[in-house]
Design a protein around this ligand. Structure first.
Ligand code: PGA
Length: 251
């Protein structure tokens, strides 16, 4: 059985005090959601404080990115995966479309970051997804397959236990335009079949595949009803504790 994951990506929002307030407000609201892996991803500067304040709770803390390099060195502005772990995180988001679009992450960088995350003992939430023009050109599947194959290149079967995939169609992120449950299911099926080809059927069956892109309390249930949708990566609707808790507790 695949344990569903509901992860909140806070992006570059919330000063430390606001982040702490939201995390503490969320804690009692999701305290009974033990059948889910609940994750929040605040900005780097809030990670340690939030992880400390949530210790003993069922909320996991994630960073939104980590360095490709795993060894300490002269990399101004970068934060290594083991430093993320050291700050109290258990997860890290890798290859988010905003990193790919605006900050130069390539499939090769995503692969290095994923390897670094696994090596540090983190769970990597690896994001894939096509743009609107790619979808309109009929390339959605091939783009996602390429991102997946290159992103997971060289990972062993054991490594894949530390991976979660997030399918986030770029055209659905922050646009209010959600993929239909059928569109989500179709691509999640493609992702699972691709993983079966690269890493075998057992790995594919065990892999959690999250949907992301304008997930809200109103649409979580129908997305989750799809066979291959194992959770959600939530942006905007995760910033408010009550709305995120409604998504976690959608049933
Ligand atoms: P959104 O963002 O829910 O605001 O569309 C999702 C994401 O970027 O992870």
């Amino acid at each position: 059985m695949r344990k569903p994951v509901i992860a909140g990506n806070w992006k570059m929002y919330k000063l430390l005090s606001e982040a702490v307030d939201t995390a503490l407000a969320l804690k009692p609201l999701v305290a009974n959601a033990n059948h889910y892996e609940v994750v929040i991803a605040p900005v780097f500067t809030a990670l340690k404080t939030i992880a400390d304040r949530l210790e003993g709770s069922n909320i996991h803390v994630a960073a939104q990115d980590c360095a490709a390099e795993s060894k300490q060195g002269a990399h101004t502005g970068e934060v290594a995966a083991d430093m993320v772990k050291d700050a109290g995180c258990s997860h890290v988001i890798v290859g988010h479309s905003e990193r790919r679009q605006f900050y130069g992450d390539t499939d090769a960088t995503v692969n290095h970051k994923t390897r670094s995350a696994i090596q540090a003992g983190l769970i990597a939430i690896v994001c894939v997804g096509e743009s609107l023009s790619e979808r309109e050109a009929g390339q959605a599947e091939s783009i996602v397959q390429t991102q997946l194959i290159k992103g997971l290149d060289g990972l062993t079967v054991a490594d894949t236990e530390r991976i979660i995939i997030a399918y986030e169609p770029v055209w659905a992120i922050g646009t209010g335009k959600t993929a239909t449950p059928e569109q989500a299911q179709e691509m999640h099926g493609v992702i699972r079949r691709t993983i079966a080809e690269t890493h075998g059927a057992d790995v594919a069956n065990a892999m959690r595949i999250l949907y992301g892109g304008s997930v809200k309390p109103e649409n979580i249930a129908e997305l989750m009803s799809q066979e291959d949708v194992d959770g959600a990566l939530v942006g905007g609707a995760s910033l408010d504790a009550e709305s995120f808790a409604k998504i976690v507790n959608y049933r």
